[in-house]
Write a protein that binds this ligand. Structure first.
Ligand code: PMP
Length: 285
């Protein structure tokens, strides 16, 4: 039986529910985090919880629990009850329940929901398989740095990507620059062996995997630059990949109809995958 957590209760997932007047349901007035689990451990748990704190504070949603320690205790209990060694944990915090009306009435008790699932353990061989991405206009709002559950633009872009045989959509701003993926951060490697990913601002989500890959690059003497790159530059790059807690480091070998270099996962990307795999297994930071 899969167990979910809803507002202080561990409950069979099929019976788990929130109120129809939950502001998460009515207005997407809610934030979330997705954690990877490897060897029974939550990968980069503190960084994810730091980002959760920031999302909550940007929206003036109060902390849902007395302390981070209390929240982590529940997260670990959800993993334990579902016997998750390898997989993921989803955590959502909404502003709470109130009769449907736009303004925040204030004083609501936040809703907290958690679910967890199993996946295969990280395997470098599988992780090195190249994927196709397609480009799509970035039609999202202007605060993509806040990890809200308001994900409709990403849902539409990724659905269309899958329909076109692609694993992900890379989103383009009005000037033809890649902001990020529908649910991941976008990277390229230039022919000067520079690792490029867009700088963080309000136009993209500061990915935790992105942050870890940057740290691993620095530790291993790889050159990286945080700057925007265009779709044209990406198509002409030596290598490309996309990162998220669930996709980890996913090689990109085709963008729209253009193969990246020879259409195979490149050496630089392979190195990043090895480093990230070792980091998750042992933790090197
Ligand atoms: N950008 C967007 C829009 C995302 O939805 C995600 C994944 N939630 C990411 C980037 C990657 O973030 P992370 O590495 O923290 O999973």
């Amino acid at each position: 039986m899969t167990t979910a957590y809803v507002n202080g209760r561990y409950i069979a997932q099929r019976d788990a529910a929130v109120h129809i007047n939950d502001r998460g349901f009515q207005f997407a007035d809610a934030v979330y985090e997705v954690f990877a689990v490897q060897d029974g451990k939550l990968v980069d748990v503190e960084a994810h919880l730091d980002r959760l704190d920031r999302s909550l504070s940007e929206l003036s949603i109060p902390q849902p629990m007395s302390s981070r320690q209390a929240l982590k205790l529940v997260m670990r209990e959800v993993l334990r009850r579902n016997r998750i060694e390898y997989g993921g944990l989803y955590l959502q915090v909404t502003r709470g329940v109130a009769p449907r009306d736009f303004p925040d009435p204030g004083g609501l008790e936040p809703t907290v929901v958690m679910t967890a699932w199993r996946t295969q353990p990280f395997d470098a061989e599988t992780a090195m398989r190249g994927a196709k991405v397609v480009s799509a206009p970035d039609i999202r709002w202007k605060r993509c740095d806040i990890k809200t559950v308001q994900l409709l633009a990403g849902v539409l872009a990724k659905t269309d990507a899958h329909a076109r045989g692609a694993a992900e959509a890379w989103l383009l701003d009005e000037t033809g620059f890649v902001t990020e993926g529908s649910a991941s951060n976008a990277w390229i490697v230039t022919y000067d062996n520079e690792l490029i990913t867009r700088h963080t601002d309000t136009a993209i989500l500061g990915g935790i995997t992105r942050q870890t890959v940057l740290k691993l690059a620095a530790q291993n003497g790889l050159t990286y630059i945080e700057r925007p790159f265009s779709l044209e530059e990406a198509k002409a790059a030596r290598e490309a990949f996309t990162t998220s807690s669930t996709m980890m480091v996913r090689p990109v070998v085709q963008i729209d109809d253009t193969a990246i270099a020879n259409g195979e996962t490149g050496a630089f990307t392979r190195q990043i995958i090895e480093l990230y795999g070792a980091y998750m297994r042992g933790g090197t930071i």
